[in-house]
Design a binder for this molecule. Sequence first.
Ligand SMILES: [Zn+2]
Length: 119
Amino acid sequence: MKFDPKTGDFDNVKPSQQNHGNNPNLHVYSARCAWSGPISKVGKTKGEQSIPCCPHCGSVLFQMDENKWWADAESWEKQGHANYVEFWKWSEAQPRCWPTVEEAAVEFKKATGKEVVLR
Ligand SMILES: [Zn+2]
């Protein structure tokens, strides 16, 4: 997957999803940290070629359809990954990101008393 700074799109998205980074139905997740969220919450990198990034640490992002993201999360939870959907909802509401999902899961447990089964 490659980000094209000229169009603001990733090369793996279907033509129907391409609208130069302004599709409100896109869900984005970070390549280098555990941040994930709706396209409306992304940051922008500094400089001439400003591209969407993690609003907390500036990591570049992957993107997918917002509805598919949550459908996949629900499906994963039904396959025995307890609290998976709640974990991501909680994570998105936090004012920071974590280097790994495992670290985010530790904080989730501290905050909610619930264990998320990631794998
Ligand atoms: Zn981040």
